[in-house]
Design a protein around this ligand. Structure first.
Ligand code: C2E
Ligand code: CA
Ligand code: CA
Ligand code: CA
Length: 277
């Protein structure tokens, strides 16, 4: 299948997103791609820094276009986020993640899983009912976590906070993604009920050599803990970075040091291997 040949397509040119923008009618391409099964999910493990165990997996979307090859999410998600197409794609992501996570149960893999959603999705009552429906069936043993970008604008804090609280009652956790890259940090953290913050890769990548980055990360971890939140470090690429973060009291890590995002069968293999060593 096309997915087996994934490595073939892993060449991404920075011009791609511009190119996509110009020659591409996403309002036609997205529904076609869904029907044509061109989207698939990759899974990126999240590691508990205290136990070393796999705590969860983050679902990350990929688009294998018949002509353009592998299109990364940054090349199309930001464009469709401004339209109603994001609802269709998010529904697809949630549906597929639930299905694949359910299949992982047969492989004795029991982890939490997280899905990236734009905040404004929560204004759509249809999506909330959609998630609720999953929580009522046996799949609910899996804890769903929703990751929301810090840079997403909140128009109505009261409304958003109440939508989040409704979902939290179902057992759903919220992570504040790309922490440190947005502008409304304090209002977000004070007014919205997040369970975790994810420190963006740009703060982690030089942590070994940059003393001031280390101080920044340490104070972010402390603020998170003070506010009763757990802290995830993204973009952890080396064992040295793992050790630094462990000493800082960071709770979880994600990054190439452990694994790159993997297709479903790749993740199953990686998980078994990780747990047997
Ligand atoms: P994100 O949620 O912050 O995801 C982390 C991104 O960093 C992923 O890129 C991942 O592959 C990459 N990454 C993780 N660890 C490392 C590392 O150690 N080194 C380096 N260099 N990179 C690392 P990806 O998959 O290209 O996703 C980019 C963004 O697209 C995501 O950022 C997320 O905001 C968005 N996205 C991905 N999938 C979805 C989706 O299904 N729905 C929505 N709405 N957005 C999505
Ligand atoms: Ca994320
Ligand atoms: Ca992130
Ligand atoms: Ca990001």
């Amino acid at each position: 299948s096309a997915r087996k040949n994934l490595k073939f397509y892993e060449i991404y040119s920075p011009e791609l997103s511009e190119q996509l923008n110009k020659n591409f009618d996403l309002s036609l391409e997205i529904p076609r791609a869904i029907n044509n099964r061109e989207f698939f999910l990759t899974y990126h493990p999240k590691i508990n820094l205290k136990s070393g165990k796999v705590e969860g997996v983050e679902a990350l979307i990929r688009w294998l276009h018949p002509e353009k090859g592998l299109i990364p999410p940054d090349a199309f998600i930001p464009y469709i986020e401004k339209t109603s197409m994001i609802n269709t794609v998010t529904e697809w992501v949630i549906k597929t993640a639930f299905f694949e996570i359910k299949s992982m149960e047969k492989e004795n893999i029991n982890t939490n899983f997280s899905v990236n959603i734009p905040l404004k999705i929560l204004e759509n009552p249809k999506i909330i009912r959609y998630i609720e429906a999953y929580k009522r069936n046996p799949l609910s043993i899996y804890k769903l976590e929703l990751e929301i970008l810090e840079r997403d604008n909140v128009e109505n804090f009261k409304k958003t906070a109440s939508a989040m609280k409704d979902l939290k009652k179902l057992g759903i956790n919220f992570s504040l993604d790309d922490y440190g890259t947005g502008y409304s940090t304090l209002s977000y953290m004070q007014q919205l009920p997040f369970d975790r913050i994810k420190i963006d890769r740009m703060f982690i990548k030089d942590i070994e050599n940059d003393e001031s980055m280390r101080e920044l990360v340490q104070s972010t971890i402390d603020i998170g803990h003070t506010l009763g939140m757990e802290v995830v470090a993204e973009g952890v690429e080396t064992i040295k970075a793992v050790e630094i973060l462990q000493n800082m009291g960071c709770d979880y890590a994600q990054g190439y040091h452990y694994a790159k995002p993997m297709t479903y069968p790749e993740f199953i293999r990686w998980y078994k291997d990780y747990n047997s060593t």
